[in-house]
Each structure stands twice: as structure tokens, then as C-alpha cells.
Design a protein around this ligand. Structure first.
Ligand code: SF4
Ligand code: SF4
Length: 597
């Protein structure tokens, strides 16, 4: 049966058909949907782990237990998971173990852009890169075969171009596969006491040699002969783009991109006149092929940041187009009447209310310079205008640690209040050890935990504080205030961010506290897991004096009225379709001009 599938759905299907029993992961664009599709199969145990390292630990344990195991994450998450992944790449596996890591090329929803392919070389493991949904399914299933055949984890790398594209996929049936149960007496997984790490290292080099021989033979790497005046080596979604603009050329399409099929590449390069290597981001293929003494054109022609497209590549490959009498196609004109907008927080979002309260405290305590170290989540939008609230954001949970470091750097400078701001999922991901460190090392910071009861940025996934697992099991959720207390924090304020006065007072007291203070603001996200749309409010234009206080909440529901005051000031209005009825602006208006419809 055929079905049109998102690349991520196809990966989940491939894992299902390959007989995967356990799947772990942490949400992150563009990988999130893989786990959501996998969780629908009753034959598979699937979980959102609390972070990528724990997901990797759990996946390794499941592989040792003899079952086929998939672990998923985005590029930034892989950086978190590398610690346990490195040794298992050298020790080998039991049940097939496949890592799917999706790179957010173009940093559509990430603080960084990263080419994770480089890890394949560092970790000495095979890497597969599908170019479409069918390959995403087929390569995933094949990855488990390779994992067990070569006794290695296999890295399936995708990008937004594959994970978030749709294509026709031919589906197959599920095969049940199980290896022997874990042998606790085996020396294989016991470095030093079992197999010495240098022996493991030697074994991985031998494994790479065997994999390279496979790479030269497998149909994963295939030559598509066309006109030999132009030869193109490519993989992943860039292959699709070049194939579309230069279908006449000869192609070496690489599906197994580490280790490279050197003999096949030499053979292909020897038969074409001009050789191009087209890939996105770093010159990963290019540098390896150049090191074989092969001349080629590559990153000197193409951009090495951001996502490629047929339009971008057409402009880069003018010489190759000219060989076939082609010119650069005209760029599509920009769509008319499209207004450029900043990304914004949703109407009635707890972050808008909390940011407003922080700004008011800052105004009231002018002698203190408040520095807010940010973190990763919806609230990262607070870095941008109009909020300009956060001074930085690095990685999940790193706000507390960096605030702690900054507080020690400015020690003795009583003019500074060091604050950090993070969400519930991020706190449970990597914030807890950092908070413990801040308490242990006597920091002087305020930690604001904005608990919206979900992992909102990636689409509302469950986490340990929600009381629901990925597969819908109910349990008693962990309580963030209790965790904070148990980590040794003495000054804890629990507030409702929609209660302006309560939040203002809590923040003010927390900022004045010497030591580690924590403010926990709890209000459900207005979008996930269910949309919250209460009765909208409206502005009584006769009462509004145009003071502008409500505008500075930056709620998208509050708009400029067509009416002005006698002094020419803009009056406010509320868009009833956007307002979610949170009531926060009602508390801000000094003349009670905001009421329920
Ligand atoms: S009540 Fe006010 S602040 Fe809340 S969503 Fe509506 S317009 Fe925005
Ligand atoms: S805060 Fe009240 S008075 Fe001021 S602009 Fe808004 S609605 Fe008008």
C-alpha cells in the first residue's frame, strides 16, 4: 500500500517495519514528529525522556537488552547526548541501535545552525542520509540491518528538507527481530575490566574498513549516468535540488555518506569532465574527496550557511547550466502585500504577563541594573524587539549556570541583579543540576521558572511535570516547587502570572534577596494541549485616555483604535478574535477602560 508521508512519519514507519521495540527521544525541530508517529504503534514502547542524554542512556540500555531501538533528537540535542553515545560507538551494540538526528538547516527554530555530519567521523560510525520520504523509510529499516551486521550504532541524519517534506511511500509489513538477552558477564561493555579502550578503538578502525568496502558495493550509493561533461556528487535534500535544475548531468548519489565509497568516487570522478560536490552547510563530503587528490568545484560556488534551494543553486551553477544551453531561471517575484512581522508570543501567554511585571519592577528599582540570562523555549522570543528582555540564550537549561557564573564575575557590584528565565520543560531537562550548583556554590541570582504545563515551543509535548506520558499513561506529575525546595533553595515564591500585583511583589522581593531566590509562575499555555479561548475583553473608548500602558504588554490582542484622544493620542482596542480572555490587561489599565464584552 502507498501513502503520502512526511519524512518524519516515513522514518517512524521504517522503524516500525524493522521491528523496533523501544524508542526514546526529546522534542526538537525538525525531529519531533518521529516519536509522535512511533508512539501510535502498540508494539513499540515510546517515551519522551527528560533530556537527550537520558534518551540516549535509555536507548543504549534497551539495545543491550536485545531489542531494536531508535533514539531521536535535533542537532542541538545531540550535543547533549554525545557523552554516553561516544563509548557505545566503540563498544558495539546488542539489539540494533539507530540514532536519528535532524539538523535545523537555516536555524528556523534553533539558536544555532549546525552540521552534525561531522560527528559521524568523530564517532567512527556509519551515516545514512535519505533524500525523500521513501528513502527515509527504507534507510531507517536498513540502518537496523547495518547496525546488527557491523555491530555499531548507525546515524541517520536528516534536515528540515527531508523531515518536513512529503512524498509517496510504499509501505511494508512489520518484522519482529530480537537478539539474545543481555549477557551481564560479557566483557564487551566493560572498559578497562573487560575490553581495553585501545582495543575497542582498534576494532572501530577495522569496522570502518569493512564499512568502506560495503559503501563501495551498496545500492545506497549509486551512479546515475547522464551527460559526462558535468558530474555531480550529492546527498540528502541538496541532491533533489540539483537533480531538478540539471537532470541532464551525471550523478553520484550518496546515501551512505560515511564512510565514503572512495573507489566508487574515484571511478566516477575519472569519467566526468567537470566535477561538482553539492551539499549543505560544511564541506563535509568535499574535504574528504579533495583529500583523495580529486579536483572539484564545491563550496567556492555555493553558500555554506542556510538552506539551499533550486533558485540558490541555479545562481551558483551557471557554468554547469551553460553546458546544456541553460540560463539562470528568473527568480519568482516576492508575494505582494506581505507585511514583515517579528515572531510574537501568543495573546494571553504567561510570558507576556511575566515580562510586563519584570519591566515594572525594573522601573521601580532604577538604581539596580537587572540582567536576564535567557534559555531555550517560547520565551526566547523575549530576546527580540519589542521585549528586549533577555540578554542571551545558549542551550537548554544553561541560563541558570551562566547566571551563576555572571553573578560571581560581578561579585561586589551591588548595582547588578542577575536573573535567569526558563520554562518548565527546560528546567526539568537540564535546569535542575544547574540550580543545585547555584545553591551549593552560594550564588546570588533570581531564577524565574515560567511553568506553562507543556513543552510549548515544539508543539505541546508532554513532560515529567504534565502527568501524562507520550503514550498517554497517566501518573502523578512531579511538582516543580518541591524539586526547587529539595535542591536547597530558601527563597521560593509561587505566583499566578495573571495576578499582576502578586507577581510584581514576588519578583521585587526575589530580586532583593541575597542568595538564590526562585519565582515559579504557573499558568497553562493558551495553545497546548488544548486551546484556551475565554470570553474576549473590549476597550470602552469613551473611558480610554490613550495612556498606552496596555500597549506595553505587547499582547497581539491589543491593537490601535482608529479613535484618538483630544490630545491626538492613540486609543486602544482589542481584537475579539485574537484576545483569549486572560484578563491581564484589565489589571494594567489605570482608568478601568477594559471590560468584558
Ligand atoms: S485579556 Fe488583554 S492581555 Fe489578555 S489576551 Fe485579551 S487583550 Fe491580551
Ligand atoms: S491602558 Fe486603558 S487607558 Fe491606557 S491605552 Fe489601554 S485601554 Fe486606554
Amino acid at each position: 500500500m502507498n501513502k503520502i508521508m512526511l519524512g518524519n512519519e516515513a522514518i517512524a514507519r521504517g522503524a516500525y517495519e524493522a521491528g523496533v521495540n523501544v524508542a526514546t527521544g526529546y522534542p526538537g525541530t525538525p525531529s519531533t514528529e518521529i516519536m509522535q508517529f512511533l508512539s501510535q504503534h502498540k508494539e513499540i514502547y515510546a517515551e519522551w525522556s527528560v533530556n537527550e542524554k537520558v534518551a540516549m542512556d535509555a536507548a543504549i540500555g534497551a539495545s543491550l537488552g536485545g531489542v531494536r531501538t531508535l533514539v531521536t533528537m535535533k542537532h542541538a540535542g545531540f550535543n547533549v547526548a554525545t557523552d554516553p553515545f561516544y563509548p557505545i560507538c566503540f563498544m558495539g551494540i546488542n539489539g540494533g541501535l539507530v540514532l536519528v538526528c535532524s539538523d535545523d538547516v537555516g536555524a528556523v527554530s534553533s539558536p544555532t545552525e549546525q552540521d552534525t555530519r561531522i560527528y559521524a567521523k568523530l564517532f567512527h560510525i556509519p551515516m545514512l542520509e535519505p533524500s525523500d520520504s521513501q528513502e527515509a523509510k527504507d534507510f531507517t529499516a536498513l540502518a537496523f540491518e547495518l547496525s546488527e551486521r557491523f555491530d555499531t550504532p548507525v546515524f541517520l541524519r536528516t534536515t528540515n528538507g527531508v523531515s518536513h517534506s512529503m512524498g509517496i511511500v510504499q509501505m511494508g509489513s512489520r518484522q519482529e527481530k530480537r537478539k539474545d538477552p543481555f549477557d551481564k558477564t560479557s566483557p564487551k561493555f566493560r572498559p578497562q575490566g573487560g575490553v581495553h579502550p585501545t582495543i575497542m578503538h582498534k576494532n572501530t578502525h577495522e569496522r570502518l574498513t569493512a564499512l568502506e568496502a560495503f559503501s563501495n558495493e551498496t545500492e545506497l550509493n549509486r551512479i546515475e549516468w547522464g551527460d559526462k561533461r558535468v558530474g555531480i556528487i550529492s546527498s540528502g535534500s541538496p541532491y533533489q535540488y540539483v537533480k531538478e535544475i540539471l537532470p541532464e548531468a551525471s550523478f553520484l548519489k550518496l546515501g551512505l555518506t560515511y564512510p565514503l565509497p572512495k573507489a566508487l568516487i574515484k571511478d566516477f570522478a575519472a569519467q566526468v569532465e567537470d566535477l561538482y560536490v553539492i551539499e549543505d552547510l560544511e564541506p563535509f563530503l568535499e574535504e574528504q574527496i579533495k583529500s583523495m587528490g580529486i579536483e572539484l568545484k564545491g563550496q567556492d560556488l555555493r553558500p555554506n550557511v542556510g538552506a539551499l534551494s533550486t533558485e540558490i543553486l541555479s545562481e551558483c551553477l551557471t557554468d554547469a547550466l551553460a553546458v546544456f544551453g541553460k540560463k539562470i531561471p528568473e527568480r519568482r517575484p516576492p508575494l505582494p502585500n506581505v507585511i514583515m512581522r517579528f515572531p510574537t508570543l501568543c495573546a494571553g501567554c504567561l510570558h507576556l504577563a511575566t515580562y510586563y511585571a519584570i519591566r515594572r519592577v525594573q522601573r521601580k528599582t532604577k538604581e539596580k541594573d537587572v540582567v536576564i540570562m535567557g534559555d531555550i523555549g517560547c520565551y526566547s522570543l523575549g530576546i527580540a524587539a519589542p521585549h528586549n528582555m533577555l540578554s542571551c540564550a545558549f542551550a537548554m537549561g544553561s541560563g541558570i549556570g551562566s547566571a551563576h557564573g555572571l553573578s560571581h564575575a560581578v561579585q561586589g557590584n551591588g548595582d547588578k541583579t542577575i536573573v535567569t528565565y526558563l520554562g518548565d520543560s527546560t528546567f526539568l531537562h537540564a535546569g535542575m543540576p544547574a540550580l543545585l550548583n547555584a545553591v551549593y556554590n552560594q550564588s546570588n541570582i533570581t531564577v524565574i521558572i515560567a511553568d506553562n504545563r507543556t513543552t510549548a515551543m515544539t508543539g505541546g509535548q508532554e513532560h515529567a511535570g504534565t502527568g501524562v506520558t507520550l503514550q498517554g499513561n497517566q501518573y502523578s506529575p512531579v511538582q516543580i516547587p518541591e524539586i526547587v525546595k529539595s535542591l536547597g533553595v530558601q527563597s521560593i515564591h509561587e505566583v499566578d502570572p495573571f495576578d499582576y500585583k502578586e507577581t510584581f511583589n514576588a519578583l521585587k522581593n526575589a530580586f532583593e534577596y541575597r542568595g538564590v531566590s526562585v519565582v515559579i509562575g504557573t499558568r497553562a499555555c493558551r495553545m497546548f494541549p488544548d486551546k484556551i479561548k475565554e470570553e474576549p475583553y473590549k476597550v470602552l473608548l469613551d473611558s480610554c485616555n490613550g495612556c498606552g500602558m496596555c500597549f506595553s504588554i505587547y499582547c497581539p490582542g491589543i491593537i490601535v483604535s482608529e479613535e484618538k484622544t483630544d490630545k491626538g493620542k492613540n486609543k486602544a482596542a482589542i481584537d475579539p478574535f485574537v484576545c483569549t480572555g486572560c484578563s491581564f490587561c484589565v489589571q494594567i489599565c489605570p482608568v478601568d477602560a477594559i471590560i468584558l464584552e
